[in-house]
Design a binder for this molecule. Structure first.
Ligand SMILES: *Cc1c(COP(=O)(O)O)cnc(C)c1O
Length: 339
């Protein structure tokens, strides 16, 4: 038995891409790093390519392998971490384009892959990745396939950092000929002045905020392994963290923190029987959850933790984290069902 079934709605994924694509007049790529935000990079990329996506982004060179294997030689695959020591072979074999982040990376690329395409990432105020303004000159962009930067606060439209980074990006790239890219999902929603020549949505494709209009892509159903009556005063699970105040019915459900259902959900999140919420009772274990189902007339074979009644962001809220972390933590033990 798999720990649960992760249903991935590729039509919803494609609709999300189309909806984000319609928000701008420029080209729209797709970010498929971290195994397609946990949903399966090869399958996700193929669905998007079939819908017309030509440009993909991954975090590290190795991640380009699954995309290339799934899509063949044509699509462009950019690598955010650039050209690291030892990457030349993989970049060359996979035909992946590094987004160079420092003068050192530029030098390394010139030495090891002088005829191989490259892009450049510049830092406009996030101070995470990218060439700093004091190392930058617009002439570096000669022959670059793309010049990009990343926004730190795009999920907060009113944040001053957005305008500051936009201004810095405009200043640093004034007059260059290479195509430019600044916006991920949040940046697309900030409006046209952030769109430039290419957008790079990730989370919005997979149904997450800040794209509030996204269709849900992931549904996660967990089998009920066992149901028991627990008398008032009895305890449930590790540390006896749940004490029954009255007689309860507790369902034990397959899947736990080893499947990305993090312990911070303990005592906070709910599973769903149809549209009826059933709260977690006690701590999340490695492979199991205990759920209070006292109020159900009948305990179903599965309880759902992601689905129409609970989005990735709602589940993330219950665990004080973000949808990105829930999705990318889902793990490899689920049966995956694509439709
Ligand atoms: C992850 C990432 C993206 C995609 O961001 P979302 O918020 O998921 O849309 C785009 N660009 C860079 C540089 C990233 O690291």
């Amino acid at each position: 038995m798999a720990t649960g079934t992760l249903h991935i709605d590729l039509n919803a994924l494609v609709e999300n891409w189309r909806a984000l694509d319609r928000q701008s007049a420029t080209a729209t790529g797709a970010v498929v790093k971290a195994d397609g935000y946990g949903l399966g990079a090869g399958r996700v990329a193929r669905a998007l390519a079939d819908a017309g996506v030509r440009t993909f982004f991954v975090a590290v060179a190795e991640e380009a392998a699954a995309i290339r294997a799934s899509l063949g030689p044509d699509p462009v695959i950019y690598v955010f971490s650039g050209h690291m020591e030892g990457d030349a072979q993989a970049l060359s074999d996979l035909g992946a384009v590094p987004l160079l982040n420092s003068p050192e990376q530029v030098a390394r690329h010139r030495t090891h892959l002088p005829d191989h395409p490259f892009g450049l990432q510049i830092d406009t105020g996030m101070n995470r990745l990218g060439i700093e303004a004091y190392d930058w000159s617009p002439e570096m962009s000669q022959d670059a396939a793309l010049v990009m930067s990343h926004l730190a606060c795009a999920d907060e439209p009113g944040h001053q950092g957005n305008q500051d980074q936009l201004r810095a990006f405009l200043d640093m790239t004034a007059g260059i000929l290479a195509p430019r890219s600044l916006a991920a999902t949040g940046g697309i929603l900030l409006g046209p002045e952030y769109h430039f020549d290419m957008t790079r949505p990730g989370i919005g494709l997979y149904g997450g905020l800040p794209f509030s209009g996204a269709k849900q892509v992931a549904r996660l159903d967990l089998p009920v392994v066992q149901t028991r009556r627990v008398k008032a005063g009895e305890a449930v699970g590790y540390g006896h963290a749940f004490i029954a105040e009255s007689d309860r019915v507790i369902a034990t459900v397959s899947a736990g923190y080893a499947d990305g259902l993090i312990r911070a959900m303990s005592g906070k999140a709910s599973l769903f029987a149809g549209d009826t919420p059933c709260p977690l009772a006690g701590r999340v274990s490695m492979d199991l959850l205990t759920v209070d189902v006292t109020h159900l007339d009948e305990v179903p074979e599965h309880l759902s933790i992601l689905g129409p009644h609970q989005s990735v962001d709602q589940l993330a809220n219950a665990a004080s984290t973000i949808g990105y972390e829930i999705l990318t933590s889902l793990g490899q033990r689920y049966k995956r069902s694509y439709s």
